[in-house]
Design a protein around this ligand. Structure first.
Ligand SMILES: C[S@@+](CC[C@H](N)C(=O)[O-])C[C@H]1O[C@@H](n2cnc3c(N)ncnc32)[C@H](O)[C@@H]1O
Length: 319
């Protein structure tokens, strides 16, 4: 099996299974389709990502249903799919991750200056503007009352009772998305998998909240743009660098350079990333839960893993 076929098979079984029957069928279909694999392999390796190809094809109008018609459309429109896949990034912005991030933010003395690296459209920069329910606990609302967005998160341990006070929010992204742009909003919507109506509704409602008060988003690289943006944070707030679902896009040496840059700022660092990404954090997870990480994310504050978490903020499994 080619590397690309193997990638699509793994995507089908490990990521799409149970989340999107359509993407699962498409990914298995691609893995067994030498002609389409050959087209996909014209793209640079990182651009052959199933989520990117599927998203771009849907964005351009591919029929969302059985494999055959989708496949025929994609082959017929390959030049457009190819060109779009070269320039777009998978920038899924999931507000529900705030439920997990909040568990770490609530431990940091405020007010907070939030600087998110890999912010996409900045939906995770508004943890104080959403309502929450952890497990079957009480609702936690923003200071000025209930939000139009309720984020629910199963939790094995401490329930978060304190809403952080956010004094400043800003983000860095290679390609910041603007919730006030119709095209960017539609791309964000397309990145939600076909059957995930609840995620789509949450995304639309969260985008409305962010539209009313768009954050400062800077175009740049995670590490190179960090110090200059951090220097703009108010001195009387605690600077918190946040990363969620982003550092996987950096190769190992870049990740280490990024970690050093955060250290040099003297900032707190809240990270929600794949549990195996940083060896020192992965060791803590393995020591507590064994080597089977099953695609879970780790929530960490500075050098300590606090909990395992669902990649999209579905649950907190406190260590
Ligand atoms: C999967 S999205 C996650 C967005 C958001 N953090 C969330 O959790 O919803 C990852 C984001 O990281 C950005 N990104 C990837 N590599 C980057 C880099 N080297 N520097 C800055 N941003 C980067 C992508 O453009 C994308 O918007």
């Amino acid at each position: 099996m080619s590397e690309t076929a193997d990638w699509y098979t793994r995507f089908a079984t490990l990521e799409a299974h149970g989340q999107s029957a359509i993407y699962e069928e498409w990914a298995h279909g691609v893995a067994a389709d030498p002609a389409l694999l050959e087209l996909i392999e014209q793209l640079p390796r990182l651009r052959r990502q199933p989520n990117l190809i599927f998203g771009v094809s849907r964005f351009l109008g591919a029929p969302v249903g059985p494999y055959g018609p989708w496949r025929d459309w994609t082959v017929a429109h390959w030049t457009s799919v190819y060109n779009d896949a070269l320039v777009r990034l998978t920038q899924t912005n999931e507000a529900r991750r705030c439920a997990v991030l909040l568990a770490a933010l609530a431990r940091i003395p405020g007010p907070l200056a939030l600087l998110e690296v890999g912010a996409s459209a900045g939906l995770c920069l508004f943890p104080d503007r959403y309502s929450y329910r952890f497990g079957d606990g009480e609702l936690l609302h923003p200071l000025d009352g209930p939000s139009a967005v309720l984020l629910e998160c199963d939790s094995s341990g401490p329930i978060i009772e304190r809403m952080p006070r956010v004094a400043w929010r800003a983000g860095i992204d290679l390609n910041p998305l603007d919730v006030n742009s119709a095209e960017d909003s539609r791309w964000l919507e397309t990145l939600v998998w076909p059957e995930q109506a609840e995620r789509r509704a949450r995304l639309l409602a969260a985008m409305d909240i962010v539209r009313a008060d768009p954050p400062l988003l800077v175009r740049g690289d995670a590490t190179d743009a960090l110090a200059e943006l951090a220097a703009q944070a108010p001195a009387d707030a605690t600077l918190v660098v946040m990363t969620s679902g982003t550092l996987v896009y950096l190769v190992r040496a870049e990740r280490d350079r990024f970690a050093s840059a955060v250290g040099a700022l003297g900032a707190r660092w809240v990270s929600l990333e794949a549990a195996g990404l940083f060896p020192a954090l992965a060791d803590q997870v393995v020591a507590a839960r064994g080597p089977q990480l099953d695609g879970k994310f780790a929530l960490s504050l500075d050098d300590d893993v606090l909990a395992l978490a669902g990649p999209h903020g579905q649950f907190l499994d406190w260590l």
